[in-house]
Design a protein around this ligand. Structure first.
Ligand code: NAP
Length: 300
């Protein structure tokens, strides 16, 4: 029997509808509109496309949204002053500085200058620390891991007591999703194992997983025989493996593959995310969710 395909596109659309309703209510009940500012330094085409996508979504959800474009040669001091301006602006609940920044700017210094209460990407050490402590202390969750958790929960998989195996230990995906899934509480409470390039018997660990989350950036790393029959497989990897001609536009577009051998894995797994259309669409949506949460937190 083939696996259920977990559509990130559909689940993201559902969450966006819920957020739209929340924004309407917040406006009616508190006269408050969630505000998101995206700061873009330079004109890197990939970064332009990411911030445009974020602004478009924020606009569709009824946010106060603003894109602040800055020249490639902005000084670090001027960028820090800009962040400080938005830290103090009560209309802004979320500040996103698009990475990467030019080499003459210290990225860490800029990210750490964002007010933790407006750090909707959840990169600030204070928010990472809050996530480690968990419970009421936790505020934002980083966007890709938060999206992964939503995909698992909304697909009806029981997380409490489940064996979760995470492949990869990056600060953006592997470590935070491991932390999130091990928290005490709903949608988590799992027994978590993290594997990486230093792990022995990676295959044996993966085979025990009721929920297998793969974020290695290696196309086809996880083979079908590594998957426990019926498991939920979340493939975070997005790897360019070539180019093809788009049927719609006739232009060359990248061929994307995940870290899991999808075609073979879907015959064994209980549910699996596709690439593209799985985790990808969730990331921007969770950024919007964090901005709504930040606006709510600002209500005294
Ligand atoms: P990363 O920073 O390169 O980290 C990769 C992790 O995987 C590292 O911990 C590395 O182990 C581990 N790893 C690599 N090869 C391995 C192997 N052969 N066996 C075991 N472990 C291995 O990558 P990332 O930022 O976490 O991203 C991972 C993938 O997810 C990429 O394809 C990226 O494009 C994708 N991604 C997608 C989204 C989305 O929204 N869809 C968001 C973020 C990332 P070591 O620590 O031992 O080196």
């Amino acid at each position: 029997m083939g696996a259920k395909i977990i559509s990130g596109t559909e689940i993201a659309a559902q969450i966006r509808e819920e957020l739209k309703q929340e924004v309407v209510l917040m406006k009616e009940e508190h006269g408050l509109v969630p505000g998101l500012v995206t700061i873009l330094v330079g004109k890197n085409p990939a970064s332009v496309s990411y911030v445009t996508g974020k602004q478009k979504t924020a606009h569709e959800l009824g946010f106060y949204s603003m894109q602040d474009d800055q020249p490639e040669d902005i000084s670090e001091a001027d960028l820090l002053a800009l962040v400080d301006k938005y830290n103090k602006d009560p209309k802004v609940h979320g500040i996103l500085v698009q990475l990467p920044l030019p080499k003459h700017i210290n990225e860490k210094k800029v990210l750490n200058a964002i007010d933790p209460d407006k750090d909707v990407d959840c990169f600030h050490p204070v928010n990472v620390g809050r996530l480690v402590i968990g419970g009421e202390e936790a505020r934002f969750k980083p966007c890709t891991p938060a999206g992964i958790q939503e995909l698992i929960v909304r697909s009806g998989f029981e997380t409490s007591g489940a064996e979760v195996v995470v492949v990869g230990r990056s600060n953006i995906v592997g470590k935070p999703i491991a932390l999130i899934m091990m928290q005490k509480g709903k949608g988590a409470n799992s027994t978590v194992t993290v594997v990486h390039t230093g792990s022995k018997s990676m295959e044996a660990h993966c085979r025990r997983a009721d929920i297998l989350i793969v974020a290695a950036g290696v196309p086809g790393l996880v083979k079908p025989e590594w998957i426990k029959p019926g498991a939920c497989v979340i493939d975070v990897g997005v790897n360019r493996v070539g180019e093809k001609k788009s049927e719609k536009t006739g232009k060359m577009v990248p061929i994307l593959k995940g870290d899991v051998d999808f075609e073979a894995a879907k015959e064994i797994a209980g549910a699996i995310t596709p690439v593209p259309g799985g985790v990808g669409p969730m990331t921007i949506t969770m950024l919007m969710k964090n901005t709504v949460m930040s606006a709510k937190m600002s209500i005294k």
